[in-house]
Design a protein around this ligand. Sequence first.
Ligand SMILES: Nc1ncnc2c1ncn2[C@@H]1O[C@H](COP(=O)(O)OP(=O)(O)OP(=O)(O)O)[C@@H](O)[C@H]1O
Ligand SMILES: [Mg+2]
Length: 157
Amino acid sequence: MEINFKSYSKDETIELGELISKFVFRGSVIALTGDLGAGKTTFTNGVARGLGIKEKVSSPTFNIMKCYFKATLPMYHIDAYRLEDGTNKILGLEEYIEGDGVCVIEWPNFIKDLIDDKQILNIEIHHLDLNTRQFKITTENPQYFSLFEILKEKYHD
Ligand SMILES: Nc1ncnc2c1ncn2[C@@H]1O[C@H](COP(=O)(O)OP(=O)(O)OP(=O)(O)O)[C@@H](O)[C@H]1O
Ligand SMILES: [Mg+2]
């Protein structure tokens, strides 16, 4: 499944995250790809809001992972940016990927070996101009079928 559309503001991207949070489940893995400042953390804030998390989510650059348990489902936010050297092997991140909650991963390319491409919801964000972002969402996982039905209704490029 694949869908392409644009977001025209930060708030619209947060709303998208909130919408998608309604279709995640235990073991969901959302892989967010896009350059610095594309909107990956902004999107994650929307997912968090949708899961009832009150804290503001920031890029966990110095933490690799932050866990949010005060939520309808636990959310694990991984930023793999600093794992480009392969240190992921010793961290035990695999416990949280397809674990008991929702795992949202920025820079998933750095922990490719921990991720099952067939299961994940792939979200690619491209910076078009100051407030415009191109989204490409793809998955091979049939559990996201109803999400795609809703997205197709809402966004037609
Ligand atoms: N349509 C939009 N969607 C998302 N963010 C937007 C949009 N328009 C403007 N922005 C701004 O772009 C920035 C996105 O920053 P954010 O931290 O979410 O990016 P990121 O992809 O997580 O970057 P990094 O790789 O550094 O972690 C924010 O300052 C946000 O306000
Ligand atoms: Mg970020």
